[in-house]
Design a protein around this ligand. Sequence first.
Ligand code: ATP
Ligand code: MG
Length: 559
Amino acid sequence: MAEAKKSLNFIEQIIEEDLVKDYTKDDLKFRFPPEPNGYLHIGHASSICLNFGLGERYNAPVNLRFDDTNPTKEEQEYVDAIKEDIKWLGFKWAEECYASDYFQKLYDWAVDMIKNGDAYVDSQTSEEIAEQKGTPTQPGKESPYRNRSVEENLELFEQMKNGETPERGHVLRAKIDMASPNMLMRDPVMYRCLHKKHHRTGDEWKIYPMYDWAHGQSDFIEHVSHSFCTLEFLPHRELYNWFLEKVSKPGDFEPKQREFARRNLSHTIVSKRKLLQLVEKGFVDSWDDPRMPTISGLRRRGYTPESIRKFADSIGVGKRENLIDVAHLEFCVREDLNKKAPRVMGVLDPVKLVITNYPEGEEEWLEAENNPEDEAAGSRQIPFSRELYIEREDFKESANRKFFRLTLGKEVRLKNAYIIKGEDVVKDADGNITEIHVTYDPKSKSGSGTEESLRKVKGTLHWVSVKHAVEAEVRLYDRLFTEETPDGVKDKDYLEFVNPESLKVVTGYLEPGLKDAKIQDKVQFQRIGYFCVDKDSTLEKLVFNRTVSLRDSWAKISN
Ligand code: ATP
Ligand code: MG
């Protein structure tokens, strides 16, 4: 085969081993199991790419399963956003499943467990139950309710189900072993009373299953072969298997829980709960604020699905947790947009440049290549005239030899146009430069092939014709947190590290073709960075987001 053989990662090795021992290829099935209590973030992208990537690799179905067992935090809005994000990333799930669809089945199994003496109703408070848990080195204490009769348990559980028990009244616990070295096996709670409306089941249920009781059973019902979760669930595996043993019969198909390391990204937070705080406390505008590490925030910021998939694939799956530098994510989007984004000119901090020997009132349209990385992208015409905007930082009255931009008495090229020479400046009463006067060499037009046009000059500047420029609001985003691991600093709250300069809004002057730009259009403002039209953009007012600068400005600071 022409395809280069990639070495297997440890997850694929696990699957290959299982294909020898326990499963056939047709048995393979995966799932991605988000809880709809927030928007998906870049950490979830790793899990999505892992599960759906395995689906593609093994030609196996992947379910999207909403782990919707806690109505206090879950909402339909989140379900919808999660589906949109996965689709946008380019993946298709086999079935859309909900743990809540299994509530009846789970309840029936729980009743069976009570009948078999494997579960009991505990009437203690959660504090009392916690006190009896023991420590990793000390066994726990058995609940005084542990040996209730089957009849009494059934009756109480029925009352719980009917909503006759107040919230926090009773819980149903699995009867396992209060002395187990694995604390999770010390009679874990299976159900609690919650009289909350569920976004799908409404008021039907007054009891809700805990994660451990719902997750493995959902895998079992759906015939998932490999249930991949993050490492903190490793100690849950024993319980996962214990529950499966209770609900299955010999010969039944049994799913396997396997673990991989959570992915963390520097200078941000990957926790829905903490991201919700940023929204609720007004540090950002919404879940899809372009500063958010959510998939929807990244999309709005101008990230492409390909760049996020590339990011996830390139960091791969690991056995140990580590911190990925956000610079790597930025690298991935830069690399993708370099190939795709048309080049345009825009000036974000303008100063006026007057070409004193260019005829007043005249204009000409110059040919400009759309993307040197993509021949098929073609070219466009851009207007040139006597008055232009250039970037204020591209001019200094006098500068040392390392300054390859415009100074008085020196030549630079205007991109796609002519060579100009700095002649003079006009200043206001405070000494601020209001105009730069230059002369141009009419024979030096880019691409004209003349000797003058081929002459080497040190710098090339971008520019926009004043008369033709379109104004736009340009949102310059920076990292949301100043600290590398905002939620990992001892005795400090992550909210203390929110970067006060994570958003700067300026007015940009853009080449006129951009007035027709559509929401989500992506371009490179030459010499500045990649930008994308924001959804706040209207016909009257264009709004651009900076996706990423051309170079990593933070790297420069630390050098
Ligand atoms: P959060 O704390 O943000 O809510 P979670 O793990 O509780 O994260 P879930 O909705 O339960 O969120 O996650 C769905 C799947 O995504 C799970 O399999 C989970 O292990 C995985 N996942 C979540 N965060 C990460 C991460 N940072 N890296 C890799 N996988 C992750
Ligand atoms: Mg969770």
